[in-house]
Design a protein around this ligand. Sequence first.
Ligand SMILES: [Zn+2]
Length: 229
Amino acid sequence: MRFFDRALVNGRSIRVRSTEETDGDFAIGDADHQLNARRRLVVDRPWVWLTQVHGDVCVDVDAVGLEGACGAPADSLITRRTDLALSIQTADCIPIALWSLDGVIAAVHAGWRGLEAGVIETTTRSMRAQTSAALHAFIGPSIGPECYEFGAEDFERLEARFGSAIRGTTSDGRSALDVRAGVISELLRNHVVIDVDDDACTACAGGFFSHRARADIARHATVIWIEES
Ligand SMILES: [Zn+2]
């Protein structure tokens, strides 16, 4: 499991955890009914989760409540509540945790479709509606360009939007997409400070589930919450 802790103002702190293969399957609806037990091992409090759809919708948990947020078709969650954990499931896509020092937190699921749809911008806009403090980001493990061959048809559009850094090369010399570079570009364009950029590749680093490399249906969880201590 990846760990990241950071002090906020008023004695609070944020905790970010990003699970690995040995932590088990965090896919929604996992068949062996051990999901809640695995979640409790990461953090024992209610988890907010989404039915991820590669779109741009950010769900404000404080507006819709825990019941309204869980399972909503969206790719981003935001809250000020200190009694919940916000979670995202991935296996190659990019999990992003965001926070402000005064305690607005968010969790974002970003593949290239969500990135292009603008999920990072809708999330940072929602956060800025609630705080004027600087926003910070944790970027979790995802598939690297060396393992992500990508067809040419979408490239020009994505490059025009996110810059030439999204053009990568696979380990065997084919055209590849560097989604992480696009995510970084979009975070910086939205004036987010990137505190952690974990560039471990879910396809080839070992110890991760990979949808693309191994057709894994299991998912990692990336979770952010606030500790009051
Ligand atoms: Zn790789």
